[in-house]
Design a protein around this ligand. Structure first.
Ligand code: ADP
Ligand code: MG
Length: 702
């Protein structure tokens, strides 16, 4: 299947000279692979900086702490004395302006003498340090004679390494891999090559690994950009190919005549917003199409995604099929069923809930009903994907807050039916570039308007030193009958593991209880489901009015009467998380206040985050700022500065290229959806090089 041309690149690294089992292990670790890496993996491991060996000062002028190349004459050796073999081997050298000491620890006998013969001239590169007032280089990176020096390029790439792996041995392996690089065909269209001024792939790989100019390895330079585009194009093309396969068997449509939907809309105590109506219409349209739905419904917390999901489920039920709604937590699943059940009942839609808490006979009966097709919408947690959960005719999978689930869970749920349509709900608005990167041309509906009657939230940052004032203010609010959230980051000391400043929720609960008595409650992640629910219900019913909570209240929990939220250690939370948390208030008709309690001093990042969260409640803007401040990793809940799953493309530097790669992939799908012909063959090479070949078997023969 793989183009033969690529074979040399898919040879194991252990086929290279100097790469044995020990290196194999180090390379696996470095390149994040379970199996022995291939040459292509080495070639896609790009340098992060360079050492400029053209810096050749005299010893007298050499700046300490910098990498220098000195031209020296070797004066004398001082090997370790026999009684102290652990002492370093010192070599004294000079250049007429001063002396330098070259230091070797634990070198093999005779090695240093051979490398640096007394009286010889040598070029020595390394980081210059001062030791006892004398310039010194410990373990010079490179020692060469005049002839060898003449052959060296002045610039050496520096790669990310792992403990035990020397830069030199990685460089040597990569240099060998480069020699095996076959002449690769061009897979990018001439127009894009021209517009972006891209060099060829072979030139790009050579220049990043053997830079000629200092700028050759910059991520926004032509060589790295070309490789980033290749990586993004491979991703976009693979998504487009998979998507093209998601055709539904003819005649198998998933939406009915609208009678259930009309009943639900009639039963609503409010009018749908314009964007809710648009989203519901778009979904209904998708369900009618002969192509499977893959749609993202984005909207801030409180924007009313649940009712849109319910309408989608109703459309499916009208056609005699079933829907599932999977939420990431027990609390959320219960919240959904609470919103959905009364409306569903009025419309005659049969709903049920399945989480880890449904057990025994109750669970068995529920599963029997499900398999008999007597449940139209099953709401639940990941308990839904257990093997014994069998649907009669699952046609729609709604996945709430999808970034908390892996793709695996999503697939497991869709595998429970045939040609299942997928609706993903996200309360963390995902910037367009990220949607593209991970879902390709997934359709997106956005709920940008807040339901009518919502009040703005007044957000303020308050230093912890003013805790007493905050307590007083909370006291006044409680006396006036307000419901208050008090959010703390952690439950127990033991969880903190070195994060010593974090306030313990239990401790805070105790101190608040001391002051405000029985109206204070506590809910945290280590409590049992039933206990949590009881506490949340007590809060919603106003039996308690101050709820101390960890981030379990983060998503979806809906108590419209709560209008004050204190977030302790706010500087520790990410932007997306702060936004999610704050979304618990401002849900009713009353104005709300959010107090961000922070511990001083604030670092720049925390300062910037608190500023953004104070300035806006627009989740889409917050997501974009988050992206800008920390890189995308965090938006998806993965702390990482690059794009998870991508080795070369960077969200900040290559954002422009993402849409260009998408457009290129769309053009390819239009012109040659089976990747036929010479260009098609080149594109197959691309897919294999970047391991996006899972769609290739779907193409059939050329
Ligand atoms: P999300 O899941 O997007 O965070 P929900 O679907 O939980 O938001 O809706 C939040 C609250 O807003 C619920 O109490 C819901 O009944 C209410 N709601 C939804 N749509 C509207 C609307 N169009 N007008 C008024 N209230 C609405
Ligand atoms: Mg929700």
């Amino acid at each position: 299947m793989r183009p033969l041309l690529l074979n040399p690149l898919f040879a194991p690294v252990t086929s290279l000279a100097g790469v044995g089992p020990k290196q194999d292990k180090l390379f696996r670790y470095l390149l994040g692979r379970e199996e022995t890496p291939r040459l292509v993996d080495l070639l896609l491991h790009l340098p992060t900086s360079v050492i400029d060996r053209r810096m050749r000062p005299k010893i007298r002028d050499a700046v300490q702490g910098t990498v220098v190349t000195l031209e020296v004459t070797v004066d004398r050796h001082r090997p370790p004395p026999p009684r102290n073999p652990r002492a370093p081997h010192l070599v004294y050298a000079s250049d007429g302006t001063g002396d330098v000491v070259l230091t070797y620890f634990r070198s093999a006998p005779g090695y240093v003498e051979k490398l640096l013969p007394v009286g010889a001239k040598r070029y020595v590169s390394g980081t210059l340090q001062m030791y006892d007032g004398i310039p010194q280089i410990v373990h010079p990176e490179r020692v060469v004679d005049e002839t060898a020096f003449a052959k060296l390029s002045g610039i050496d790439p520096v790669y990310p390494l792992t403990e035990g792996l020397a830069l030199g041995s990685l460089r040597r392996a990569i240099a060998q891999a480069l020699q095996k690089l076959p002449a690769l065909p061009e897979w990018i269209s001439p127009e894009v090559i021209r517009r972006c001024h891209f060099p060829g792939i072979n030139e790009a790989l050579h220049r990043v690994h053997q830079p000629v100019e200092l700028t050759d390895i910059l991520p926004d330079g032509p060589f790295w950009s070309r490789l980033a585009f290749d990586e993004l194009l491979a991703g976009q093309l693979a998504l487009a190919l998979v998507r093209a396969q998601l055709r539904r068997p003819a005649g198998n449509r998933h939406a009915g005549d609208g009678h259930l939907r009309r009943k639900i809309i009639d039963a609503l105590p409010y009018a749908l917003t314009a964007s809710q109506r648009q989203a519901a219409a778009a979904i209904a349209g998708d369900l009618q199409q002969p192509v499977r739905m893959l749609r993202l419904l984005q909207g801030d917390v409180g924007s009313g995604k649940t009712v849109v999901a319910l309408l989608a489920a109703a459309a499916v039920a009208e056609a005699g099929k079933q829907a599932a709604l999977m939420a990431p937590t027990e609390i959320l699943a219960r919240q959904h069923i609470k919103t959905v059940a009364p409306l569903a009942e009025r419309a005659g839609l049969r709903v049920a809930i399945l989480t880890g808490r449904e057990k025994g006979k109750e669970r068995r009966e529920l599963l029997a009903h499900l398999e008999a097709g007597e449940i139209d919408l099953l709401v639940g947690t990941h308990a839904l994907i257990q093997d014994d959960v069998v649907f009669k005719a699952l046609a729609l999978a709604v996945v709430d807050e999808q970034h908390r689930f892996g793709v695996r869970e999503r697939l497991a749920l869709t595998a429970k039916g045939e040609a299942v349509d997928v609706l993903v709900l996200s309360a963390t608005p995902i910037p367009r570039t990220l949607v593209l990167t991970y879902f390709g041309d997934m359709d997106v509906s956005e709920l940008r308007e807040k339901p009518a009657g919502r009040q703005p939230i007044d957000t303020r940052a308050v230093p912890l030193s003013r805790l007493d004032d905050v307590m007083d203010a909370v006291g006044r609010a409680l006396a006036a009958g307000t419901l208050v959230y008090w959010i703390c980051p952690l439950v127990e000391e033991s969880e903190a593991q070195g994060a010593d400043h974090l306030t313990d929720a239990t401790q805070r609960y105790e101190s608040l209880q001391k002051r405000f008595g029985g109206q204070v409650g506590l809910v945290h992640g280590q409590m049992k489901g039933a206990e949590k629910d009881r506490m949340m219900a007590a809060f919603a019913a106003h039996e308690i009015s101050l709820l101390v909570a960890t981030t379990v209240v983060e998503v979806g929990v809906d108590v419209p009467a709560a209008t004050i939220m204190v977030i302790e250690n706010a500087e520790r939370f990410g932007l997306a998380q702060l936004h999610q948390l704050r979304g618990r208030i401002g849900r009713g008709a009353e104005a709300s206040t959010c107090l961000l309690l922070y511990r001083e001093p604030l670092n720049e990042m925390s300062k910037a985050r608190l500023k953004v969260i104070r300035e806006t409640t627009d989740g889409f803007r917050i997501a974009e700022e988050d992206l800008r401040l920390r890189g995308e990793g965090d938006v998806l809940g993965v702390r990482q500065s690059g794009l998870p799953g991508y080795r070369i493309a960077r969200p900040d530097v290559h954002a422009q290229l993402i849409t260009q790669a998408r457009d290129e992939a769309l053009r390819i799908m239009k012109e040659s959806p089976k990747l036929a012909g010479e260009r098609g063959e080149a594109l197959r090479c691309l897919l294999y090089l970047f391991e996006r070949d899972e769609a290739v078997p779907l193409l059939g023969a050329g």
